[in-house]
Design a protein around this ligand. Structure first.
Ligand code: GAP
Length: 462
């Protein structure tokens, strides 16, 4: 999809339907009509998300000695978000329709539908009567403590709108307790909440979502260079999990669209079936955040460089990725329908999720050719037990093997293992203790000794 505006609503509908049918993603509180903008990840969706987060953590924390982790609280002190500017300014412009009572993001009317007349955009229907735009703060506010008086400003807390702020407010503690030296980073994966005016495009714009953020602290003169370096590193990451480079696009955000404190921001965008949209922002935030917290808290947050004997407020480069958006991109990219020939040479169509093995929810499925053959079942259960210590394995003995393959194709399992009569030595010694290993994308099968399964599969999923 080279064209920025190109969309494929039919494909998106099929993806959403498969997500529900096979247990990737369900509407939250569907039983009660659904909670708009909130989603529950089913047995397969939760696995993709876990693999994605694990790989991000491994690449950014485990394999580096200049980035450490943090898991901050979701409930956030009002003073933190006052200092960061969220209380005063984290808002989107909103208009109401006096006729249908719909509420719309004023800066995105093009992409919206009038509620009584969906063929029109808001404002263009026969009875539309839109108000002037006003700012709507996107934060969810709550009160803390059983005895909290709703009007006591000190009892107010917020569900965090980004994970970044706890990194900034804990910057000094992390510095003092880890002996890190600039440049170094703090990474965090966790939930964030925004009361989006119009959640849309499945999980793409939700009210509850997860972020994977790094705040990389550096000297002022290194900020721009590190922003470019992070951009390249993040593009490589997306390729490593199976998003092709040609569907990833870099938007060098023009100055008038950047936050006022940012000297450079790149958006990494992806060609979704609903158009080209942002996956991640890589922003050079200068010394804005730490300066603001130093000013509001009235406590020194400078960094002391022992070599140069200088004291300064660190600058920050921030790669901020959306976990749900990336999961959605992986699902959209994986979805394929194709014509194939079955074992009897007859044409048939198959739906296959071509996940990179690294993020596939289930890595291997194990089948006895005949469920009544006790020895085949015993061997398959043993393979499941052995592989299961390192990966998700699915055991299936029901239906024809061809049907079992199709079921695994549809959920993206990259490897299927079948134990047959050769495995148990019924047709001679030569193929005893070997199984067939079937590859999802090529559908090719090869004969592999049982002992070789684990290293062969591990090599592909790590
Ligand atoms: N700390 C910087 C920050 O939060 P952002 O561009 O507002 O920047 C970063 O958010 C990423 O978080 C986005 O690129 C996107 O992937 C994800 N994100 C933001 N709002 C979202 C929403 N309503 N639903 C799902 N993901 C969202």
């Amino acid at each position: 999809m080279a064209d920025k505006e190109h969309t494929d609503p039919e494909r998106m509908e099929k993806i959403v339907s498969l997500c529900k049918r096979r247990g990737f993603i369900y509407q939250s509180a569907e039983l009660y009509g659904g909670l708009n903008g909130c989603w529950d990840y089913g047995p397969l969706g939760v696995e993709i998300k876990r693999h994605l987060k694990d790989y991000w953590w491994r690449k950014n924390v485990q394999e580096r000695d200049d980035i450490v982790g943090l898991d901050g609280s979701i409930l956030t002190h009002h003073a933190v978000l006052d200092a960061s500017g969220h209380v005063g300014g984290f808002s989107d412009p909103m208009v109401d329709c006096r006729h249908c009572k719909g509420r719309f993001r004023a800066d995105n009317l093009e992409g919206m539908k009038c509620l009584p007349k969906p063929s029109c955009k808001p404002g263009e229907g026969p009875n539309c009567d839109l108000t002037e735009a006003r700012e709507f703060n996107l934060m969810f506010q709550t009160t803390v403590g059983a005895s909290a008086d709703e009007n006591d400003p000190n009892a107010i807390a917020y569900l965090r709108p980004e994970t970044a702020q706890s990194i900034f407010t804990q910057f000094k503690n992390v510095l003092d307790t880890t002996r890190q030296k600039i440049p170094f980073g703090i990474a965090q994966i966790g939930k964030a909440f925004r009361n989006e005016i119009n959640p849309r495009n499945f999980t793409f714009r939700s009210r509850e979502f997860e972020q994977m953020e790094i705040e990389f602290f550096c000297r002022p003169e290194d900020g721009l260079r590190l922003t470019d370096e992070w951009l390249e590193r993040r593009l490589t990451f997306y390729e490593e999990i199976g998003l092709p480079r040609e569907k990833l696009h870099v938007l060098d955000v023009p100055e008038q669209d950047r936050a006022h404190y940012s000297k450079k921001t790149y958006d990494i965008e992806f060609d979704f079936p609903f158009g080209r949209q942002e996956l991640e922002g890589v922003a050079y935030r200068t010394d804005y955040d730490i300066s603001k917290h130093q000013e509001h808290a009235g406590k020194p947050l400078e960094y002391f460089d022992e070599q140069t004997k200088e004291k300064f407020i660190p600058h920050v480069v921030e790669p901020s990725a959306g976990c749900d958006r990336t999961t959605l991109a992986l699902i959209c990219e994986a979805y394929a329908e194709e014509e194939v020939t079955d074992a009897k040479g007859k044409p048939e169509s198959r739906t296959v999720m071509r996940f990179h093995p690294r993020v596939a929810p289930i890595k291997a499925a194990v089948f006895p050719l005949l469920k009544k053959n006790e020895e085949q079942v015993r061997i398959c259960r043993e393979i499941q037990r052995q592989l299961g210590q390192d990966m998700n394995v699915f055991y299936d003995e029901s239906g024809a093997v061809g049907r079992r393959y199709r079921r695994q194709d549809e959920i993206g399992t990259p490897f299927c293992i079948t134990a047959d009569f050769e495995t148990i030595g019924e047709n001679g010694e030569e193929l005893k203790d070997t199984v067939t290993l079937r590859h999802r994308d090529s559908m090719e099968q090869e004969r592999v000794p049982i002992d070789e399964l684990l290293p062969r599969i591990l090599e592909r999923i790590r």
